[in-house]
Write a protein that binds this ligand. Structure first.
Ligand SMILES: [Mg+2]
Length: 176
């Protein structure tokens, strides 16, 4: 770019070839100097991009964790403001996952405004409730690597094999 610009300008202004050559030489040196200064900046930006992608991008594992029956004990619906006590084993494991770089999305049939204060008061680590804004979904289900739920049944790959287990499904606490 620098070379063409100087040559065109020089010719238009009627400069002698010797002057023109000096201008070209000077511009080439300036370009090289500029490139040398830009290179470290480019390397730093590229490194930052790679680092950000590794930690916060699509590669970040996400756990979607159910509220009632997992984070909080659940013994049947009472009201929007009634919650079971927090489950210490779950909170501890969520803390471990978070320390390993996992994103934590709490999902529930309850509204986020209802459970947010409970999560904060009981030191439950979480990033978002009922959504995963880093991977927006078109439906109600938040995007996650794994769903941790007391009412989930993991598809075995053979539906017929699962059928009877689905009919007899119970939560870990024995609830149907
Ligand atoms: Mg549940």
């Amino acid at each position: 770019m620098g070379f063409k610009w100087v040559e065109g300008k020089g010719l238009r202004e009627g400069r002698r070839p010797k002057e023109l050559w000096k201008s070209v030489e000077k511009t080439k040196a300036q370009e090289e100097d500029r490139a040398a200064k830009l290179l470290p900046q480019f390397v730093i930006v590229f490194f930052m991009e790679v680092t950000v992608t590794d930690n916060k991008g699509d590669k970040q594992p996400t756990i979607a964790v159910d509220f009632d029956g997992v984070i909080a004990d659940y013994d049947g619906w009472e009201s929007a403001s009634a919650f079971g006590p927090p489950r210490g084993d779950v909170i501890e494991v969520l803390k471990v996952l978070r320390s390993e770089g996992w994103k934590i999305v709490v999902y529930s049939c309850r509204a986020s405004e209802e459970i947010g204060p409970y999560l904060r008061e009981n030191s439950v680590p979480f990033d978002e409730i009922n959504q995963n804004s880093s991977s927006p979904a078109r439906g109600a289900k938040p995007v996650a690597t794994v769903y941790w739920d007391d009412r989930a049944f993991c598809y075995s790959g053979n539906a017929q094999k699962d059928l009877e287990k689905l009919r007899n499904f119970r939560t870990w606490s024995g609830r149907r």
